[in-house]
Each structure stands twice: as C-alpha cells, then as structure tokens.
Design a protein around this ligand. Structure first.
Ligand SMILES: C[S@@+](CC[C@H](N)C(=O)[O-])C[C@H]1O[C@@H](n2cnc3c(N)ncnc32)[C@H](O)[C@@H]1O
Length: 349
C-alpha cells in the first residue's frame, strides 16, 4: 500500500529524473510492476472496470461534420456575455496581443505576448488570485520547462500509456465532436493542443490553462515548429471554474491529466457542461485509486489533506461518474490501466 501511495504522489509531483533516483530505493517493488504494466498495456486495457479491450490501432476516424469557419465563442468570464474584438478578429496563435471588450461589463481584456488573458482578475493591478498548491505549482517557470522534458513521461508509472497512445484512444471518444471546435482544458505546455491542431480533425482548437508559464512554453514549442497550422489554434489563460466561452458553444472538451489538479473538480465539470453544445463530448484522463487499496485506513485523512492542497489524485471511478451525472452529463464510459483512467460523458441533446 505504501508503495502504491508513493507511486501516486511521485507520478503527480516528480519528473522522471527524480523518480528514477527513488527507484534505487524502491527497486524491488518498482521493477516487476513496470514490466507487468508495459506488457499488459500493450495487449489490453480494462474497460469500465470489467471487460478488456484491445489497444490495437483504431479504425480511421471519419469526420462527419463539415469543417466550418470558426465562430467566435469567447465570452466575458465575469458575465458570460459575448466578447467583441477591438480591431480585427484574429482567431489564431497570432491573436496574442489583441484586445477584447465586454459590452455588458464595459471591461477590456488585453492580450499578453503569448496568449489571451481571460481570467476574472484580468486587468487588476493589485490583486492576483492565489490558488491551491496543485494549481500554483504549474505556474512556476521551472515546472513548465520540465513538463514535456521528463515530468509528463513519468505518468507512465501510474499506468498512463503515453501521449501518442492516449491520442489514439481519445480520438474514438471524441468522434461526436470531430469537425467542430475543441477546448484543450488545462493544456499544460500544449502537447495535446498541438496534436489536435495538426490533426486537422477540428475546425478550431483552444489551448487553455491557468499557468501563464505553461502557455508561454506552448507558444515557444509552436514557434519552433515549421509549418505549424497557427491559424487553427488560440492560447487562452483562464480558470477552469470560470470558462470564458458562451454557453452551449463548444463541440468537445478534452482535459488530459488535469482533474486531480483542479481546485474543485465539480465546479470545473459544471462549467464544462455549461459550455458544451447538446451532444457535445467531454473526454478526460486522470489518476484514480479504488479497489481494495481504497479501504486502507490512512487513505481517508491523506486524501482529505491532499484535497485541501487542491490535489485529488485519489478519486474513484464511481466519483468521476457521479460528478458528471451531477453536472448534467450522460453516457459515462471509462477505460482503465492501473491508476490511469480515460473517461467520457456527453451533454444530452
Ligand atoms: C498535469 S498538467 C496536465 C497538462 C496536459 N493536459 C497533459 O495532458 O499533460 C495539469 C494542468 O492543469 C492546470 N491547472 C491547474 N489548475 C487549473 C485551473 N484552476 N484552471 C485551469 N487550469 C488549471 C495546470 O496549470 C497544469 O498545466
């Protein structure tokens, strides 16, 4: 049990280099676990806790919706009324630096060098919302730098299959939203936002995160890439619990490895439900801990203290389903591997 908890904490908080050094300490436990995981994931993953499904490449995805000219879905995070562009509307990576105006609040949102700044506190000069530790951690420049340089790769210890396989798996779940717009919520340094934009499967991609440094890192990765489809993506800084989008305007929301970092998973899923169109789809991955380990006596208080720091790495699959249902989403379905879960739910029509 102690090993399971250590693995959980390490996979969320430490980059590979650090956990590798711990590995010497836990070698006897980790080595067989890793071997077992990598071979078992190659052949099968657990679906909805019961059945097994193959992870062979999925059939080619058919884009059913016609790719349409992107509509402006941006809304004021204070009042949720539509935002209008001051000057030309630029729905691309180059929109950073543009400004938007809310006719209702009479508030102007000025863009930063790398992203649009659409938090409620945007424009305030003396106040900066400080968030729980799990959110603040990712605002640090060092963590943003390390994220795709070892930190994210480390999630394989918790059963994550790795970004390429995750992308293949989620394409199937995202099918109802293909051809429409997608929000990559809590995108980090944008590893999936960039894949979404390059795949051409969506009419428009919004890479959204609370961390200005993660967004800056995402911007830099984009600038380093030749022929990146910059017209297909915007970077937005916003809080997941106050999304700057019109209600019922979004075809798909993806949240990779993020729910456990959100200050309030239920407030966030409620916001996701608000912005989704009817039949819009929510797909997410996270760490869970259920089954026999969840009865370990010390887990309750540990879980409570972690939650106070804004970290929810010990959620159960049934809690995820419950949150979705409570926020008006239906058709919950999940696939699992170790502590990894990918689940989806949709807005009813
Ligand atoms: C572990 S990273 C996941 C990054 C990426 N989606 C992935 O799949 O690797 C979690 C992200 O959640 C973001 N986050 C934490 N709290 C947030 C909040 N309140 N609103 C928006 N994003 C938040 C962090 O800034 C961080 O980039």
């Amino acid at each position: 049990m102690a090993t399971a908890i250590m693995t959980a904490l390490a996979s969320v908080f430490l980059p590979t280099q650090f956990t590798n050094s711990r590995r010497c300490f836990f070698n006897a436990y980790y080595t067989p676990l890793i071997k077992q995981r990598s071979s078992s994931f190659a052949s099968k993953i657990r679906a909805s806790s019961t059945a097994f499904v193959e992870t062979k490449p999925l059939d080619p995805v058919v884009v059913e919706k016609e790719v349409s000219i992107s509509k402006n879905i941006l809304a004021c995070p204070v009042c949720y009324e539509p935002l209008s562009w001051i000057g030309d509307r630029v729905l691309s990576v180059d929109c950073a630096g543009s400004s938007l105006h809310c006719g209702c609040c009479k508030k102007t949102y000025s863009g930063k060098e790398t992203h649009l700044e659409l938090t409620v506190a945007s424009g305030s000069s003396k106040f900066d919302d400080s968030m729980p530790l799990a959110t603040e951690l990712f605002r640090l420049p060092l963590i943003s730098f390390l994220y795709e340089r070892g930190w994210r790769q480390n999630f394989i210890w918790g059963g994550f299959p790795g970004p390429e396989k995750e992308f293949e798996l989620m394409k199937d779940y995202l099918q109802p939203g293909l051809g429409g717009n997608i929000i990559d919520a809590s995108c980090g340094s944008g590893l999936f936002s960039r894949l979404f934009a390059k795949s051409g499967l969506f009419s428009h991609v919004v890479a959204l995160d609370y961390s200005e440094n993660m967004l800056r890192q995402c911007y830099e990765f984009i600038m380093q890439e030749e022929n990146f489809p910059r017209e297909n993506l915007i970077l937005v800084r916003a809080d997941i619990s106050r999304l700057p989008f019109l209600s019922g305007s979004v075809d798909a929301v993806h949240a990779g490895a993020a729910i456990h970092c959100w200050p309030s998973p239920s407030a966030a899923v409620a916001e996701i439900s608000r912005v989704l169109k009817p039949e819009g789809v929510f797909v997410a991955t996270t760490f869970i801990l259920d089954g026999p380990f969840s009865f370990f006596p010390l887990l309750g208080p540990l879980r409570q203290n972690m939650a106070l720091a804004g970290n929810h790495i010990f959620l159960h699959e049934r809690e995820l389903e419950d949150i979705c249902r409570a926020c008006g989403l239906v058709g919950f379905t999940a696939i699992r591997n170790g502590r990894f879960v990918m689940f989806s739910a949709r807005k009813p029509s």
